[in-house]
Design a binder for this molecule. Sequence first.
Ligand code: ADP
Length: 154
Amino acid sequence: MTEKTLVILKPSCIQRGLMGAVISRFEQKGLRLAGMKMVQLDDAVLDEHYAHLKDKPFFQCVKNSMKSIPVVVQCWAGKDVANVVRRLIGVTNGRDASAGTIRGDFSVSMQENIVHASDSAQSAKVELKRFFKETEIYEYTLSVESNLYSEDEI
Ligand code: ADP
């Protein structure tokens, strides 16, 4: 079973009409979409998801933004996918993120930075359980798999 990671298309992505552009980045890289749905986040799930930020002065502001409209949660699969996706999205602050990354190309903000992605394979396991039922994650093989990976990478 390939590694999986959580991506959230944040309200900034949806409001600005960037969902297709962002999804294209992951598709073009060669990642496989294993799950996707729209959800309205609430305080309970955000308190859990952003527990590491609870003492920060901007915590309430981040939560208000994340629950302002529904978001799109996605599960992407691939070899070493958590690290691959983190490199594709760039650093937290859109103003500092390298050109060519999602945040670097589409964001000028620390908070309104378009996407969330799990920061490691271990946190991806916890975060995927937070947003998806097991039956909402799909196992299938991309027909181009042999063009994406060498035999010994699969
Ligand atoms: P990342 O999303 O890059 O993993 P963090 O887990 O540190 O970053 O923060 C979660 C989210 O909280 C960020 O993506 C961003 O939207 C928001 N955030 C982080 N730091 C700040 C800050 N100093 N001011 C405003 N919002 C912030």
